[in-house]
Design a protein around this ligand. Structure first.
Ligand code: GTP
Ligand code: MG
Length: 335
């Protein structure tokens, strides 16, 4: 293995902007998908309001954070107001209600890590997972969506990285690799760190949005229309950024000592967070701080075996971006 970082990027890198943008364009959802999602949400809302008048439904995850591919499933959160509820009971009741309408494959999975009701709507063809009171996910969805409005290169980079991760089999938390959410945090952090920076740190600016959820204070600057042009002093194109992203995770990140943190817009030390030892199942082999649940490491799923898989994939991607004549094909080759 070659651990040297490439300090200088290939000379023809900008030639690759067009094919990378074409891949990005091919992955973004069509407008009519949004309409179908709204249609399904309206149907679910009707049922929920009838049974629980005070409850509300929120979209979260990739269907709402702007990082979703076309034809993805949707994630829905049922907010019950009252924190003192029995989630399993609610989910079983919800499943019964939805079964009596013509929704298909309705199932309550009450023993999952995040208990949900799953269903498929034959009218729109959309599959959906509904969870209860997972409000932090709703708020971090808003944070990601707000970041994506500041500079289009975030959405471009995150789509390429997610597409690469799915193609290469490293977007599987149950196999010890990273969630899509973790990859998007890595992209935001990376763009905060460019020089000049392409993204600001919204949690380190004037507070214009603030909520308390599960005893966590979530506050940040959300008037992102005022930040249009923030990254314009940086002229890097998508291909250059993809190259630099993989070069960073292959050769530059200090896995032994560093935690990436979009909350602070910089690197935090593992020592400062007391993430130097294995505690329970948390090994902290790659450290990605959640922006709101700061004791939460999105890398906690990574183990001794999967960290090697991940790092070898970062190195493979970095080498392809540096040397391959046709990186846009090679990068996404199925593993
Ligand atoms: P796809 O792969 O396109 O489905 O992406 P996704 O954004 O829907 O991905 P994922 O399944 O990783 O996560 C769904 C949503 O759940 C995220 O957007 C977050 O809002 C939330 N989420 C996922 N994992 C965590 C976590 O570990 N902690 C918290 N607080 N939220 C999480
Ligand atoms: Mg999802």
């Amino acid at each position: 293995r070659n651990y040297r970082s490439h300090t200088e990027c290939r000379g023809d890198i900008n030639r690759l902007n067009t094919p990378f943008l074409a891949i990005y364009e091919s992955l973004i959802p069509a407008e009519e998908e949004k309409e179908k999602q709204k249609q399904l949400m309206a149907l679910l809302d009707k049922h929920v309001k009838k049974e629980w008048p005070g409850a509300r439904l929120f979209l979260y995850g990739s269907c709402a954070n702007s990082f979703g591919f076309r034809k993805s499933d949707i994630d829905v959160c049922l907010a019950m107001g009252d924190a003192d509820i029995n989630k399993s009971e609610i989910l079983l009741r919800l499943a019964d209600i939805l079964k009596s309408d013509n929704l298909e494959n309705v199932q309550a999975l009450t023993r999952a890590r995040v208990p949900i009701v799953k269903l498929m709507d034959p009218v729109t063809g959309i599959s959906c997972d509904i969870c209860v009171n997972n409000l932090l996910a709703v708020i971090n969805t808003k944070l990601l969506r707000d970041y994506s409005k500041i500079d289009v290169r975030l959405r471009q980079l995150a789509f390429i990285v997610k597409h690469w991760a799915k193609s290469r089999g490293v977007n599987e938390t149950y196999q010890g690799t990273l969630s899509s959410y973790a990859y998007v945090l890595m992209c935001i952090h990376f763009l905060q760190q460019r020089s000049p920076s392409i993204l600001p740190c919204l949690q380190d600016m004037e507070i214009t949005y603030s909520v308390n959820v599960d005893n966590v204070k979530c506050s940040f600057f959300d008037q992102v229309e005022k930040l249009q042009g923030f990254g314009s002093r940086n002229g890097e194109g998508i291909a250059q950024l993809v190259w630099a992203f993989f070069n960073y995770w292959a050769y530059c990140h200090d896995y032994a000592n560093d935690v990436i943190s979009i909350r602070t817009g910089s690197i935090v030390s593992k020592r400062a967070k007391d993430w130097t030892r294995r505690i329970g199942n948390d090994r902290h082999l790659i450290c990605i701080e959640d922006p709101f649940e700061v004791s939460h490491d999105l890398g906690r799923v990574v183990d001794k075996r999967s960290i090697r898989v991940l790092r070898e994939e970062f190195e493979r991607a970095a080498e392809i971006m540096q040397h391959d004549p046709n990186p846009c094909v090679k990068l996404f080759e199925p593993y």
